[in-house]
Design a protein around this ligand. Structure first.
Ligand code: NAP
Length: 269
């Protein structure tokens, strides 16, 4: 399905973006990885080329919050490759902490990358996705479907991108663009390694009510969902169960969450 497809992955140098890149490279896709750190991008591209000889992988060092640079980059990709078949928006950042201790800048930074960065990349790729009748894949999170302790900036940004993607779907599907909204629970990645250095115990217990998954299982579930043309891709049985419970029995979900947080606080007291 992905062979010879021109696929742009923001956040393609690390974590889920890179793991999706590994699978897509194995299927013969032509990949363009976008992130800010040039060295990390080069390492990722080298790994993909060495594992899948003959794979085309190029990199673009770019901050997706920079609208002019992102527009120019997408146009450059379309000029060089002739089209863009799929944009995967995986670039994201995380800040966790007690609401009262977080700075206003934490909220702005997270919204800037997770929401506006994705919006900017999507707008820049849109004319090319229209031309190819391609696919848009937005990586949100279970934190875009439910609240979580310590995630006030992150949940707000991921809820915003759920609303954006739900609305965009109505506009883009008639134009022939398939839209996918991916909502994973927590999985192992450099983002979570960094989080482990400072996260609140309440956040760890609450977020890991759904057991942490491997990035490999999240990438497989994401690609299965794309192949099946599913709009909402909630990855893994436990996360699907949590999403179902949150949607249909939100009061119950809150009771469980409150109890988890009380338990953590009792053991700390
Ligand atoms: N890990 C989890 O448990 C989890 C759960 C649910 C959803 N998600 C979501 O899944 C996506 C991938 O997360 P991950 O865990 O794979 O994170 P990760 O390993 O930290 O990767 C994040 C990627 O985004 C890039 N990036 C960050 N800010 C950027 C910017 N302004 N412009 C361009 N690129 C930028 C990073 O590279 P540079 O820093 O070099 O720019 C990196 O390539 C994120 O959207 C995240 O919110 C993660």
């Amino acid at each position: 399905m992905f062979s010879e497809q021109i696929i742009v992955i923001t956040g393609g140098s690390s974590g889920l973006g890179l793991e999706l890149g590994r699978r897509l490279a194995a299927e013969g896709a032509r990949l363009i990885l976008i992130a800010r750190d040039r060295q990390k991008l080069d390492r990722a591209a080298q790994e993909l080329r060495s594992c899948h000889g003959g794979t085309h992988v190029s990199v673009e060092s770019l901050d997706v919050c920079d609208e002019a640079a992102t527009n120019a980059c997408m146009q450059h990709i379309a000029d060089v490759h002739g089209r863009i078949d799929m944009l995967i928006n995986s670039a994201g950042i995380l800040r966790e902490g007690y609401f009262e201790k977080l700075a206003l800048m934490d909220f702005r930074d997270v919204m800037e990358v997770n929401y506006f960065g994705l919006l900017i990349a999507t707008r820049a790729a849109l004319p090319h996705l229209k031309a190819s009748r391609g696919r848009l894949v937005n990586i949100s999170s279970m934190a875009g479907l439910a609240g979580a302790f310590g995630y006030t900036p992150y949940c707000a940004s991921k809820h915003a991108l759920v609303g954006l993607t739900e609305s965009l779907r109505y506009e883009l599907e008639p134009e022939g663009i398939k839209v996918h909204l991916v909502c994973p629970g927590e999985f192992d990645s450099p983002m979570v390694d960094e989080l482990e250095c400072y996260r609140t115990p309440e956040n760890r217990a609450h977020a890991q009510t759904i057991p942490k998954a491997t990035v490999a299982t999240i990438a497989d579930a994401t690609l299965d969902g794309i192949r099946a043309d599913r709009f909402l891709i909630v990855t893994g049985r436990a996360t699907r169960l949590a999403a179902f419970a949150n949607r249909h029995f939100p009061a119950l979900t809150r009771v469980f969450g409150d109890r988890t947080i009380r338990r953590v606080r009792r053991t700390r007291a």
